[in-house]
Structures are given as structure tokens and as C-alpha cells.
Design a protein around this ligand. Structure first.
Ligand SMILES: N[C@@H](CCC(=O)N[C@@H](CS)C(=O)NCC(=O)O)C(=O)O
Length: 207
């Protein structure tokens, strides 16, 4: 059984959604990042970067245990392990990977900065708020253009790129975005929200 180390945040929920979609059995360990659990030596041994999510799979590629950090790498690993949600065809595979990297390098870090400056910063920093709100809006426009013409981010197939992006868009109220301004994103978001595996993954961890 895979051990999942996670918390109630978008990066963690990408992985619980994938585990639920694949029907892989897993055990959840809640790492309370508000209380500093991510710095405990037992967790640092699994993720030297002290961030959730991380997994430990006792049945790794060579039959030996493997631990992994970085949500994007974990999603690619689980797709490789199960043969699901990352197209086999080379063109489709790279298409999905480019949208996964777009999430990892753009959507996650930029939306995260908006959350920080709107909700956590000790004092208002108008320059930072404007910078990251504008970039978030620009990223939504890119997603919207793609989703206006395609059912899923990587075209015709539901992939790990959609699973990675969904939990960040689910925080649209935190980054003060009206999804009605982005009808392609809204249609995609509503459809994903109805998937039972997505609903179960979004409820992890139970705290
Ligand atoms: N690039 C990493 C980012 C992970 C990350 O930032 N995790 C946050 C929660 S969403 C965290 O653990 N923060 C705790 C901290 O920074 O101390 C990934 O995608 O796995």
C-alpha cells in the first residue's frame, strides 16, 4: 500500500485525486504544515525539501521501496505505474507533460503568491498584489483559450495535467477570480467537480 504524506492544500490534493482515479490503495498521513510537521526528521527523510506532498511506495519500479517528492514527479510516477492518465502516444504524452509543467511552473507558484499576499502577508504590499493578480489573470486566459477549444487541457484525454490544475482553480475565491470571466475554464471545472474520484481526492486528508 502506498503511503501518502499530505495536507489540505492544492499540491497535496493533486496526488490524492490521482490515487482515487487509479483506484490504488493508499494510507494517508496528515502532515500539518501550519504546525511544522514538515520539519520533523522522519518526514525530512522522505522529503528533504520539507514540503507536502510526498509518497512512499513499498513496491517501486524495481520491486524495492521508493519515496518521491514534488507533486508533478509523483503524478508522472503513478501514471507510469498504472499506465493511466498519461497518453501512450508520444504526441499526446508530450502535450500532457507540457500542461503539467505549465501548472507546476506557472499556475501553482503564481496563484500561491496571490494567496500569500492577499491572505497571509503581515502588511499589504500593493506592488506584489498587482504583479501576482495580473499574472494569475493572464494564466487563466491561457487556460481559457486552451479549454475553449478542447475538452481537457491536453486535448481529447483526461490526464494528470487536469488533476494537477484542478485543485488550484478550486481556490478561485482565494485569488479573487470570477470563473464566469473564463467560460472554458468554468465548463472544465464544473465537469471535474462532478467526478466522484475528484470529490474523494479533494476531501483528503480528513482533519
Ligand atoms: N513544487 C512542490 C511544492 C510543494 C509545496 O509548496 N507544498 C506546500 C503546501 S501546498 C508546503 O508543503 N508548504 C510548507 C512549507 O513551505 O513549509 C510540489 O509541487 O510538490
Amino acid at each position: 500500500m502506498i503511503d501518502l504524506y499530505t495536507w489540505t492544500t492544492p499540491n497535496g490534493r493533486k496526488v490524492s485525486i490521482m490515487l482515487e482515479e487509479c483506484g490504488l490503495p493508499y494510507r494517508t498521513h496528515a502532515i500539518n504544515i501550519g504546525k511544522g510537521d514538515q520539519f520533523a526528521p522522519e518526514f525530512v527523510a522522505i522529503n528533504p525539501n520539507s514540503k507536502i506532498p510526498a509518497i512512499m511506495d513499498p513496491d517501486g519500479p524495481d520491486g524495492k521501496p521508493i519515496s518521491l517528492m514534488e507533486s508533478g514527479a509523483i503524478l508522472v510516477y503513478l501514471a507510469g505505474k498504472t499506465g493511466k492518465f498519461l497518453p501512450q502516444a508520444v504526441r499526446g504524452r508530450y502535450d500532457a507533460l507540457q500542461w503539467l509543467m505549465f501548472q507546476m511552473g506557472g499556475v501553482g507558484p503564481m496563484f500561491g503568491q496571490v494567496h500569500h499576499f492577499l491572505r497571509a502577508a503581515k502588511e499589504p504590499v500593493p506592488y506584489a498584489i498587482e504583479r501576482y493578480v495580473n499574472e494569475t489573470r493572464r494564466l487563466y486566459s491561457v487556460l481559457d483559450r486552451q479549454l475553449a477549444g478542447h475538452e481537457w487541457l491536453a486535448g481529447g484525454e483526461y490526464t494528470i495535467a487536469d488533476m494537477a490544475t484542478y485543485p488550484w482553480v478550486a481556490r478561485y475565491e482565494w485569488h479573487k477570480t470570477d470563473l464566469n470571466d473564463f467560460p472554458g475554464v468554468k465548463r472544465w471545472f464544473d465537469k471535474l467537480s462532478r467526478r466522484p474520484a475528484v470529490q474523494r481526492g479533494m476531501a483528503v486528508p480528513k482533519v
